[in-house]
Write a protein that binds this ligand. Structure first.
Ligand code: PLP
Length: 405
């Protein structure tokens, strides 16, 4: 149990729906990464949970920032990160995004057009900047085949560009590759890291100097469903460290970066929603909860996917949909008796439903439904403006048991 039920109950006297994030759990996961991968610099993918207390707490543990927008660059910088710890990678950066971020972050260009844009902006500002390139490599995560992608610049275009680079206000100092999230099989990740490091070597040879950084993206997954096995981090680290050591024999000064979002916070979050009302309609019982689709959208999306397909193995559509059975429900109530109900929310739409005809411990108004795996892609993905309803409150429970908000 991440949180003391008494704490949950007492907070529910104040808030009808809220998120709790455990600093202790987040720190435990940071400890694991830093212990197993001493050669890697980890950066936090802020978009999975940009709550300032969570973000600040992670930055305090010496992680940098993987910022997905100029707004996240600004937040990371405001929370005290220096430029050399902030990487800004996203498709479709506007001139304004680049101008706002260029002094605070290393910008990763996502297209050939964007390289030109950054060079022009640097020229206007009279500066020369180091930038990275996001590459769409000649391999995929699960195969040797290259694919078409909205992200990054195709590898052959990158090599052509580097061969003929005429821009005078940028220096290419690093590369970024990210192909896949939520992997639980370490062997696929090891194979992927190997490919990225080989690519880095090709790029270093082309520019005839050591890269400042190789950002290998994300991929380390978490167990969502009760059938998932947590990733074997020790084995992943052992094999990855061998690859890194080999790379280091040739390139001593290149920083090797891994991005991580859900691994740090996904399992450290709990969503709590209070039963507001209950009714029976033509033989079906409805438990009406505070803020479901508009409090934590992913369980509602899972229910939606279930209406489309009975197939248990529907393809993931990250980060909106990971798979069926990704969230487990617990209740805080007075009885162990069970009943069959529909779990719905308080929005004025019938699609606001997280479970149809589910057997669960009997819930009455005032009781609490708890949903786990609510630390990543939870509050940030949820349409909280819909119908102008009150929003769930987010709290970080600090190691010394303070609720920070
Ligand atoms: C979203 C994203 C991540 C974070 O992925 P997790 O699965 O949460 O670790 C990392 N890198 C990039 C480029 C992303 O877009």
């Amino acid at each position: 149990m991440l949180f003391d039920p008494e704490l949950i109950k007492s907070q529910a006297q104040i808030d009808d729906s809220f998120y709790l994030y455990s600093q202790k759990e987040i720190n435990k996961r940071i400890d694991q990464l830093q212990k197993y991968f001493p050669e890697i610099e980890f950066i936090y993918s802020m978009k999975c949970n940009s709550n300032p207390f969570v973000t600040k707490s992670i930055f305090n543990r010496s992680l940098g920032a993987d910022a997905a927008s100029a707004g996240e660059v600004r937040l990371a910088s405001y929370l005290g990160l220096k430029k050399d710890k902030i990487y800004y990678s996203a498709p479709g950066k506007s001139n304004k995004d680049i101008e706002r971020s260029i002094k605070d972050a290393t910008i990763i260009a996502d297209s050939l057009g964007e390289i030109e844009k950054i060079d022009r902006i640097c020229k206007d500002l009279g500066i020369i900047e180091n930038i990275g390139l996001r590459i769409n490599p000649d391999f995929s995560f699960y195969s040797k085949e290259k694919t078409s992608s909205k992200f990054g610049i195709d590898q052959d275009q990158v090599l052509d560009f580097l061969h003929n680079n005429k821009y005078s206000h940028i220096r290419i100092s690093g590369i970024h590759v990210h192909l896949h999230s939520q992997e639980l099989d370490p062997d696929w990740l090891i194979n992927y890291y190997k490919n990225v490091l080989n690519l880095a070597e090709k790029i270093a040879k082309e520019i005839k100097k050591e890269l400042d950084f190789v950002n290998m993206g994300s991929g380390i997954g978490i167990d969502y469903s009760i059938d998932d096995r947590p990733i074997d981090l020790e084995y992943l680290a052992k094999e990855s460290n061998k690859l890194i050591k080999k790379f280091r024999d040739k390139y001593k000064n290149t920083k090797i970066i891994i991005e991580t979002g859900r691994f740090l916070v996904g399992k450290a979050g709990l969503y709590v929603s209070k039963v507001i009302d209950k009714k029976v309609s033509n033989g079906k019982t409805y438990v009406i909860l505070k803020n479901t689709l508009n409090g934590f959208i992913r369980p509602a999306i899972e229910e939606f996917v279930s209406t489309l397909s009975a197939d248990k193995k529907v393809k993931a559509w990250e980060p909106l949909f990971t798979g069926k059975g990704s969230f487990q429900y617990k209740v805080i109530n007075k009885t162990k008796e069970k009943e069959r109900v529909n779990l719905v929310g308080n929005l004025c739409t019938a699609t606001d439903m997280i479970a149809e005809d589910i057997e669960i411990e009997r819930l009455e108004p005032g009781d609490l439904l708890l949903i786990n795996n609510a630390g990543a892609y939870a509050a940030v993905l949820t349409p909280m403006q819909f119908a102008s309803l009150e929003k769930p409150v987010e709290y970080l429970l600090s190691e010394d048991n303070q609720l920070l908000n």
